[in-house]
Design a protein around this ligand. Structure first.
Ligand code: UDP
Ligand code: MG
Length: 317
């Protein structure tokens, strides 16, 4: 295989403390790979500013003026990390490259694993997913909610690799497929698994965040998880239907029992407490199920409006 041009994309939300050192460290990786004759000299870095309110974009512009191999785009507002990644993937496809690696601005993922990604790409893989070795850097809460998420996703049939975040390499061929997906609320982990191209897995170490705070709060993580589920599985809707059927059967049985007590045994059925319990229990289940249906409806609503995925304010090519 011919030497590829590599693009590294980085989503950034308020990363003024880190962005410059991150770019420098990634150029060390790029230059080492160029020296080893594994990638082409025109390999570059593409930063997507996801509506930062600090000096992130000013720093990106300065880096671009010093070195045109630093490119990027700025969103008009915060659209979230998945859309920033999609913007990076489509932006680099437009500029041109053979493969793209996405990595977080805080470089919590070991950047030297990129060499292994490239090796896999050269062996003919279109997608190389980074799999974290441990979750020691995560809080107790994040570790277990994340594990729970992977379990639920896999049970629901959207087979995403466990402990794979968005640290991955994808080929130009994958980007071409991405372009054909008009879906606005893309969940990239599910998407790259679904398209069915040849995929390899590479383990990497995770480090603690050096500066700044995590940009993912509980609500953002929950939104990501719900989007992941609703965009890749309709099994929850089927579970609701089955649940409804079972409940109808159970209530039919209970009704027969009441009639038997009344007609045959001639006693007035007792059980006020039972009724209240059943009423609140089923009321709760119904609302929960409605909520699930609502999530899907919301997904359809957002897609059907067909608003642009994101709006770029400025682009540096
Ligand atoms: N990020 C983003 N938009 C958001 C949230 C996060 O572009 O709305 C970026 C962030 O700047 C970082 C990456 O996504 O480059 C991962 O975020 P972070 O490191 O804060 O997440 P964590 O490692 O805590 O899961
Ligand atoms: Mg991080």
């Amino acid at each position: 295989m011919v030497k590829p041009t590599l693009a590294i994309i980085i989503p950034c939300l308020n990363e003024e403390l880190l962005v410059e050192s991150t770019v420098n460290r990634l150029f060390e990786v790029i230059n080492t790979l160029i020296e080893k004759d594994k990638i082409k000299k025109n390999s570059y870095i593409y930063l997507v500013d996801d509506g930062s309110t600090d000096k992130t974009w000013e720093i990106i512009e300065k880096l671009h003026n010093e070195n045109p191999l630093v490119k990027g785009a700025k969103f008009v507002k915060n659209y979230g990390n998945q859309k920033a990644l999609v913007a990076g993937l489509l932006g680099t496809r437009e500029i041109g490259c053979d493969c793209v690696v996405s990595i977080d601005a805080d470089l919590q993922q070991d950047e030297w694993a990129i060499e292994k990604f490239i090796d896999k790409y050269s062996e003919g893989y279109d997608i190389v997913c980074g799999i974290r070795n441990s979750r020691d850097t995560d809080s107790f809460f994040k570790k277990y909610t994340a594990l729970c998420f992977y379990k639920v996703m896999n049970l629901l049939g959207a087979k995403i690799p466990v402990n794979h975040s968005d640290y991955r390499l994808v080929s130009n061929k994958s980007l071409k497929i991405l372009e054909q997906y008009p879906e606005k609320q893309l969940f990239l982990r599910g998407f790259f698994n679904e398209i069915g191209l040849k995929t390899a897995y590479v383990n990497f170490d995770v480090k603690p965040r050096m500066l700044g705070k995590s940009k993912f709060n509980f609500l953002k993580l929950l939104g990501l998880a719900l989007n992941g589920i609703t965009s890749f599985s309709i099994i929850p809707l089927r579970i609701i239907a089955v649940l409804g059927f079972i409940m109808a059967l159970a209530s039919l049985g209970y009704g027969l029992e009441v009639m038997y007590e009344k007609i045959i045994l001639d006693c007035t059925p007792k059980g006020w407490a039972t009724q209240i319990c059943l009423l609140t229990f089923f009321g709760g289940i119904q609302l929960f199920c409605l909520g699930i249906i609502g999530e899907y409806l919301g997904q359809v609503y957002r897609e059907v409006k067909a608003r642009p995925r994101y709006v770029n304010d400025i682009e540096l090519k």
